[in-house]
Design a binder for this molecule. Structure first.
Ligand code: IMP
Length: 432
């Protein structure tokens, strides 16, 4: 009998709490596969009093029985990955060829990409994107321009050599333009070999492994990073990341038969946050926004930057649901709203004199839309740590039900705190 394959994605601008949701669902999974992005992401899992921050390795790694994989839609900085493995080992979390696999087709983030990310942001001045500075964009650019280096290119020196000819031809021309020293092929090759040495034993085919696991009746979770509004095709372009963050990318990146995916779980925060530049219709630049940041500890896991905070934007989340085929939701950080006497939910936008129910495609219009709010009463009671829906106060239940009605998708899971056990499971998403 075949297994179940589901995808977990962010439905806002990232930082929705996907790490915790994946951790909970992994109780019923055999394999967790990270499907896009790179070490720009930061997924936090809190088990007991231990806080574990992951950037590349799927959150499933904290459960011993699970095979974790990084598929080829991901761009990998081998040195960061090595550090992450070392940090996990210090916490007695084992990483071996038995529980960890990296796609042979995943592209490598090299120091030249990180440098270029920084240089291009500096040159952009006011037009900068506010990237995480991890070299993500330049690495994806090289990938689609067919000059990137992948793990499989390390197997035969002829492959690496020809890749570097193409790569350095392009990058040295760019570097001359930026006025930074050119790079020598021998140095870059030696640096790559040194950086990947400890990772090569984990490299293999994620495509064959995911399809085989599924056929053998195992459950697979594909774990996304960032969120729908940072998707390179459908997000708030150009203020987006450089990969596809939507669920369809899970099958594309892994080379996994997409018919086999049975469900897409959208993770959604009870309010909205965003890091970096770009439009954010419900942003609060007042003390309410400040309160959300303080109470929700809204500082970037990867960069430490304060996150911009605002009210729940149902227009934007509905769009993310449609774009990503989301058929169930996990609502996180409900407890952050506990103290508020009233809560606003954006239900439409005003663009000039017009009322619209979608985010326009063009950046100027995106920046111009004004939120149309509906105000609901807060509950002003602690929900932190509650594990049963009926134990929530009536107004807190109303908020959850209200969001469910507006969004038209069931909220199967509600998170009321950072810890694993601070979770309300309304309906099981995965089962054995
Ligand atoms: P990049 O992915 O580093 O190129 O950054 C592009 C945009 O995506 C910037 O606005 C970043 O702040 C944002 N971004 C990238 N990764 C994350 C994440 O994991 N959470 C939230 N925002 C992110």
């Amino acid at each position: 009998m075949a297994g179940q394959a589901i995808v977990v994605v962010g439905t806002q601008w990232g930082d929705e709490g996907k790490g915790k949701v994946v951790d909970i669902l992994t109780e019923f999974a055999d394999m967790v596969v990270r499907f896009q992005g790179g070490d720009n992401a930061g997924h936090t899992v809190v088990i007991g009093d231990e806080k574990i921050v992951l950037h590349l390795i799927p959150s499933g790694v904290v459960r011993r029985h699970v095979l974790c994989a990084i598929e080829n839609g991901v761009v990998v900085n081998a040195r960061t990955l090595r550090r992450e493995i070392d940090d996990l080992r210090k916490l007695d979390i084992e990483i071996s060829g038995q529980n960890f696999l990296v796609s042979e087709r995943a592209s490598l983030i090299l120091p030249l990409h990180i440098e270029l990310d920084r240089l291009s942001e500096e040159r952009s001045g006011k037009g900068k994107i506010g990237t995480t500075g991890r070299g993500i964009g330049p690495t994806y650019e090289d990938r689609v321009a067919r000059r990137g280096v992948r793990f499989c290119d390390l197997a035969d020196p002829r492959d690496l050599d020809s890749r570097l000819d193409v790569l350095l031809d392009h990058h040295n021309a760019l570097r001359r333009g930026y006025g930074v020293p050119e790079l020598r092929k021998e140095d870059v090759a030696a640096d790559i070999r040194e950086g990947v040495a400890d990772i090569l034993p984990f490299v293999g085919s994620v495509s064959r492994m995911t399809n085989r696991f599924y056929e053998q009746g195992m459950n697979i979770i594909f774990e996304g990073a960032q969120g729908a509004m940072l998707d390179v095709n459908h997000g708030t372009y150009p203020f987006v990341t450089s990969s596809s963050t939507l669920a369809a990318q899970a099958a594309l990146g892994a080379g996994f038969d997409f018919h086999r995916i049975s469900s897409v779980v959208g993770v959604v925060k009870a309010y909205t946050t965003r890091v970096g530049e770009g439009p954010f219709p419900t942003e609060l630049k007042d003390e309410v926004g400040e309160g959300l940041r303080r109470c929700g500890k809204e500082f970037g896991t990867t960069t430490g930057r304060p996150r911009r905070c605002g009210w729940f934007d149902a227009v934007q989340v509905k769009e993310a649901i449609q774009l990503g085929g989301v058929d169930r939701l996990a609502l996180t950080k409900l407890d952050v709203l506990d103290a508020l006497p009233e809560i606003k939910v954006c239900v439409a936008y005003k663009l000039g004199e017009r009322i619209i129910h979608h985010l326009p495609a063009a950046p100027a219009a995106q920046a111009e839309v004004q939120p149309v709010y509906e105000t609901v009463r807060g509950w002003e009671e602690p929900t932190a740590g509650i594990t049963s829906f009926k134990d929530l106060s009536k107004m807190a239940r109303n908020y959850v039900d209200h969001l469910e009605n507006i969004l038209g998708v069931p909220i199967d899971l509600v998170s009321t705190g950072a810890k694993r056990e601070h979770t309300i499971v309304r309906r099981q998403i995965l089962a054995r």
